[in-house]
Design a binder for this molecule. Structure first.
Ligand code: NOJ
Length: 586
């Protein structure tokens, strides 16, 4: 049972200097070309994900922080992103990388202060970059005052009603209340102790024991999160990414998963995608829309097999957007990719909201490693850490995947380091692994630390400008990253970084990329060809032969050099079609 130390970390709320206006954009360059109807900034935005702990360390303690992020805003501006999404930066004991939050009104001291957050928001806005924060409504932290109160209050008390406390089963309550399992491994229940140490009730945690689940039937929980959203909206943030967005509402009797009919009835799962969840998002939507300057709500909704259920989160009075993870899991194969793209576009057409596209994030194996393996599909249930990967091949494919992704209609999320072509660091020493999955899986799943290794910026040796010289990053960076620093890649026209910079530039300049249309053109097996607008052609060669582009138009950008107009295998290109030609000849 985790020890209760609520209040120890100082949860008093400090006031910031007050509400500020949302909305970046005043200093953005004017876009070239005819005016394109753009309802909301996020529809075609490029949103860059910053995992603060691993981005830049301003004070030399080995851990990234807000001072570090502020020093890199110029880099993000130059890269050409529209917004930054920050993983949680609030006060947290860091049992799960900050997804165990003690107080949303405080910045985690390892990262900085509320004043720095305020300055960061203002500085980003001045550069035309919007700010999206993470909100984690499914669970809190076992170090939170509310949870401490629950532990010291009797069974059935209002303090316990903010969470899911239940007596155990078995003669002496020694068995968990139901058969649910934690997403991080092991049971989803932990037993509490009474004041004299006698065993008591159990509480529910779909993730680590340090992350007790809130009871969303409790009005206090709802009011608490309304206040959290307001607190940050008042301070100018432009949106929230909603963590584990489909898990909040539980079946009221907490029935066994084994006894539920979840495989047969949509919405019948006892803790995933319950119908009651939509009331929460309707309320949040009203709240977000009551602010000026277009505030975004984007949900982390993992329902890959159920497009109809996914769509319900995007009804006109619910979320503005939801992460679409289908591309991320998809094998690097033409038929599979085409199917994912078509299904995504079809399912969004009727809905109104634009799709989102994600190749990586802080939870998944980096694309360069995934695409260099024999089987290129990815599943969260099996990260396959340590499996052989040809990183050169993986990088070539990741470059092609980047051009595909950045050419699709909708918003694109880029995870820090993706633009440098970093790979999963699979050889981290056991004793440095922090991800709770490592511990909870009984040391069978090495977890997600390999995609969270600090970013290399400059120089020939660690910490590669991540922190001051001589500082030791919280996870070791591979020595080979000397060739993958921002500095090294900026000096190399053929680097991944230069490819991303060029792609983001073109994406911003070409009006066709801001339309919803995508028209497939016939092509031979293993080749994907589609048109954006009337004059842009996107070609991806996943076949086993180079393809001839000489009659397909002018190459604007390609993921590898074309020789004699031949696009190599595992590469993609963007072309300008000659006027009036909607053919590809491929
Ligand atoms: C999803 C987040 O992306 C992940 O990092 C976290 O561990 C879980 N939700 C629990 O909050």
């Amino acid at each position: 049972m985790p020890k209760h130390v609520a209040g120890k970390r100082g949860t008093a709320r400090r006031r910031m200097s007050g509400p500020v206006a949302s909305g970046a954009g005043t200093t953005k360059p004017k876009e070239k070309g005819p005016a394109v109807e753009r309802e909301s900034w996020w529809e075609t935005a490029v949103i860059y994900q910053v995992y603060v702990r691993s981005f830049t360390d301003g004070d030399g303690d080995g851990i990234g922080d807000l001072a570090g992020v502020r020093s890199r805003l110029g880099y993000l501006r130059e890269l050409g992103v529209d917004a930054i999404w920050f993983n949680p930066w609030y006060l947290s004991p860091m049992a799960d990388g900050g997804y165990d939050i003690v107080d949303y009104h405080e910045i985690e001291p390892l990262f900085g202060s509320i004043e720095q957050a305020e300055q960061l928001i203002a500085e980003a806005h001045a550069l035309g970059i919007r700010i999206v924060l993470d909100v984690v409504p499914n669970h809190g932290s076992d170090q939170e005052p509310w949870f401490g109160d629950a532990l010291t209050s009797p069974s059935g008390s209002p303090e316990r009603a903010r969470y899911h406390f239940r007596p155990g089963r078995g003669a002496n309550g020694e068995l968990a209340p139901n058969d649910w399992e934690s997403i991080f491994g092991g049971p989803a229940w932990t037993r509490t102790n009474g004041p004299e140490g006698q065993p008591g009730e159990w509480y529910l945690h779909l993730f680590a024991p340090e992350q007790p689940d809130y009871n969303w039937d409790n009005p206090e929980v709802r009011a608490h999160f309304d206040e959290v959203l307001r607190f940050w909206f008042d301070r100018g943030v432009d949106g929230f990414r909603i963590d584990s967005a489909a898990l909040l509402v539980k079946e009221p009797r907490l029935v066994d998963l084994g006894a539920s009919d979840w495989t047969r009835s949509p919405g019948g799962h006892p803790f995933v995608d319950r119908d009651g969840i939509h009331d929460v998002y309707r309320q949040w939507r009203r709240l977000a829309d009551s602010y000026t300057g277009k505030r975004l709500l984007v949900g982390e909704v993992w329902l890959p097999e159920q497009p109809d259920r996914f769509a319900r989160y995007l009804r006109p009075d619910e979320l503005h957007a939801a992460f679409n993870f289908s591309l991320l899991g998809c094998a690097f194969e033409a038929t599979a990719l085409r199917e994912v793209i078509e299904t995504t576009l079809d399912s969004h057409v009727a809905l109104g909201p634009w799709p989102t596209w994600v190749l990586s994030n802080h939870d998944v194996v980096r694309p360069v490693t995934r695409y260099g393996r024999c089987g290129t599909a990815f599943s969260m249930d099996d990260r396959r850490i340590g499996e052989a990967s040809d990183l050169e091949l993986g990088a070539r494919r990741a470059r092609a995947a980047a051009l595909l992704t950045l050419s699709l209609p909708g918003a694109v999320y880029i995870y820090q380091g993706e633009e440098l072509g970093l790979w999963e660091v699979e050889e981290l020493p056991d004793e440095l692994l922090e991800d709770p999955i490592w511990r909870r899986s009984g040391h069978t799943d090495r977890g997600r630390d390999g995609c969270r290794v600090p970013i290399p910026w400059t120089g020939q040796e660690a910490p590669f400008g991540f922190g001051p010289d001589g500082s030791t990053p919280w996870l070791p960076q591979p020595a080979q990253w000397k060739d993958f620093t921002v500095e090294a890649e900026s000096a190399d026209a053929g680097s991944m970084l230069e490819l991303y910079r060029a792609a983001l530039r073109l994406r911003r300049l070409e009006p066709a990329f801001r339309t919803r249309e995508l028209r497939w053109l016939p092509a031979r097996d293993g080749v994907l060809v589609y048109c954006r607008g009337t004059d842009l052609l996107v070609v991806a060669n996943l076949s086993d032969q180079p393809i001839d582009l000489s009659r397909s138009g002018e190459v604007l950008l390609s993921s590898a050099p074309t020789q004699e107009a031949k696009l190599p295998v595992d590469c993609a290109a963007w072309l300008r079609l000659p006027a009036g030609r909607l053919r590809s000849d491929l």
